[in-house]
Write a protein of this length. Structure first.
Length: 226
């Protein structure tokens, strides 16, 4: 019943990124959107997580999703594949023109009956203003909307951890194809491995490089501009 428009700064939505886990309470919402069969096509229903010490000694096993008694499963999924699925869903249910690419939010103004939002067309440099009853600023960790609402907040805080992520293709099933492995100490050094499809394994290596305290995050590159 809502008229929705989505503005995206990138010129194209490519299936890039790494894996992540969707917990049952999030999967419930996706199922309510009618995406149950599609989720089984793009993700893996995670059954359990196995925890090991930094030396590879088994600690304990924890059931996940339906295997843990929830009404909905937990999914391990590749970010790019899920985004492509949601993009198709939006265009089918809301309309082909509901997603407008290559537009960066540069400002907004609130009124009693609407909000006016300014977007810069990154191909032409022209500024376009759109109006709506509600603005949802889901524009990332370097959010323009948040910066305008809280100009004195500063850069995000950091707890001294770095994470290195990647995906590896394989022609063999990883364990039983539905297991997450967590090895090490999450407060110091940790390795996380799990499948996001039959032939793709996601891995993440987390390492502490600074003391555990809230501090201003170091300035780094914006991955969307690389």
């Amino acid at each position: 019943g809502y008229s929705v428009r989505i503005y995206e700064r990138l010129p194209a939505l490519e299936p890039i990124g790494f894996g992540f886990n969707l917990q049952p309470f999030a999967v419930k919402l996706l199922y309510e959107l009618g995406l149950k069969c599609e989720m089984d096509e793009v993700g893996v229903r995670t059954a359990k997580a196995l925890f090991y010490s930094r030396r590879g000694q088994f600690i304990f096993e924890e059931a996940k999703g339906i295997d843990a008694g929830y009404k909905w499963p937990m999914y391990s999924v590749h970010r790019g594949n899920l985004q492509q699925l949601l993009t198709r869903c939006v265009r089918e249910q809301i309309g082909e023109t509901s997603i407008r690419l290559n537009h960066k939010c540069i400002g907004f103004r609130s009124h009693s009956d609407r909000v006016d939002v300014d977007f810069s067309d990154r191909s032409s440099g022209l500024v376009h203003t759109d109006s709506a009853k509600v603005l949802i600023g889901a524009d990332g960790i370097k959010s323009t909307v948040r910066q305008l609402l809280y100009p004195d907040e500063g850069r995000p805080l950091w707890r001294g951890m770095n994470i290195y992520r990647g995906v590896t293709k394989t022609d063999q099933v990883y364990l039983d194809g539905r297991t997450v492995i967590l090895m090490g100490n999450p407060n110091d050094v940790e390795l996380v491995i799990y499948p996001v499809s039959k032939n793709v394994i996601n891995w993440a290596y987390v390492e502490r490089i600074d003391e555990d305290k809230e501090q201003v995050a170091p300035e780094g590159p914006d991955w969307t501009d690389i």
